[in-house]
Design a protein around this ligand. Structure first.
Ligand code: SD4
Length: 338
């Protein structure tokens, strides 16, 4: 039987772009808590790419090149995060990701387009590019999520080769952690994160989001975080914008974080304010919030970007035509001198 294809065709509604484009992003080190202004109705327009952490710079480059070559927002989002997945130096995504407490690398990834189509894989083993498997789930199955062994079987059937993802460095880290943690408890702290989440806006006004991670280091085997959960780890809607999350996934899931950011933008909040309000919701729902990091980034359909986090050690990369590819330090709930 031929595979069931349920790819949707995105209505290509060109955005009315303002000649007086506003600069994207927030100022380094600023806390926009005071700024309850409604979202800007103008912005730089597409293309715009925003992604989490410093490894976002390389991902943005690949996503940008993909858009320049005629790729869609969705193509660019996938192409961008594949760079991070393939980088063994990044210890929180793809190959080189820290394993679970049993020494097994399990990966979570999700992809979504602005028309609402989405796919994800959970706790996938031995596949280098979970984001591409997530896209195949979206495009070649009647489902949204595949987990564990079933996700791996599907990946193999789709032609993805099996790859050993546990690098020597990751194995050494795991052995050290095991030696120093006889209680076998995964670490819960502000450092245990660094997912890549990447949002794109193309010239046609289409938005997409991709998120991929090895999850919390030394987690319970089978643990799944926020990243492959649509609405928690990422969300995209062409009528509004997109958001993605990084940090302690359990806390993000409790607040349905990325959906919340997009809905706050729909209500008129700027990307930065929407992220700040979502961080405040995370704090409300997680009494242990001082021990964890959570950060959101967001992109609205006019091309404005923003972010916010609990602790100040989070940054993100933004690529626009006018300013190129650059790092931005968002505001944080805990001041940087605390
Ligand atoms: C998770 N949000 O699995 C992810 C963690 C993260 O790099 O940000 N990892 O909870």
């Amino acid at each position: 039987m031929p595979p069931i294809t349920r790819r949707r065709f995105i209505r290509r509604a060109p955005l009315a772009l303002s000649a007086t484009a506003l600069a994207a992003g927030c100022s380094p080190g600023t806390d926009s808590a005071a700024a309850e202004q409604p979202a800007a109705t103008t912005g730089p327009g597409g293309p715009v790419i925003i992604s989490t952490w410093r490894h976002g710079l390389a991902a943005n480059e690949a996503a940008w090149a993909n858009l320049q070559a005629g790729g869609s927002a969705l193509d660019a989002a996938e192409a961008g995060v594949r760079v991070t997945e393939a980088d063994p130096e990044v210890s929180t995504v793809g190959i080189g990701g820290r394993p679970d407490r049993d020494g097994i690398v399990t990966l979570d990834a999700a992809i979504m387009d602005g028309a609402g189509d989405c796919g994800s894989v959970l706790a996938l083993q031995e596949i280098l590019h979970p984001i591409s498997v997530a896209r195949r789930v979206m495009e070649n199955t009647p489902h949204v999520m595949l987990a564990g062994e079933g996700a791996q079987q599907f990946a193999i059937a789709e032609g993805f080769p099996l790859t050993d993802l546990l690098t020597d460095a990751a194995r050494v880290d795991w052995e050290t952690w095991k030696r120093d943690n006889p209680g076998y408890r995964p670490p819960i702290n502000v450092e245990n994160h660094d997912t890549i989440g990447l949002l794109t806006l193309d010239r046609n006004g289409n938005i997409a989001a991709a998120c991929t991670t090895s999850g919390a280091a030394f987690k319970y085997h089978g643990r799944v975080g926020d990243s492959p959960i649509v609405g928690a780890g990422l969300y995209a809607d062409n009528n509004v914008g997109a958001a993605t999350a990084t940090g302690w996934g359990e806390a993000v899931v409790r607040a349905c974080g990325s959906f919340l950011v997009v809905e706050l933008m729909r209500q008129g909040h700027s990307p930065t304010d929407a992220c700040r309000l979502a961080v405040e919701r995370v704090i409300e729902k997680n009494p242990d919030w001082r021990e964890i990091q959570v950060g959101f980034i967001a992109l609205d359909k006019q091309g404005n970007t923003g972010g916010y986090c609990i602790h100040p050690n989070f940054d993100y990369a933004v690529y626009t035509e006018s300013e190129g590819n650059r790092m931005v330090v968002p505001g944080s709930k805990v001041p940087s001198d605390e």
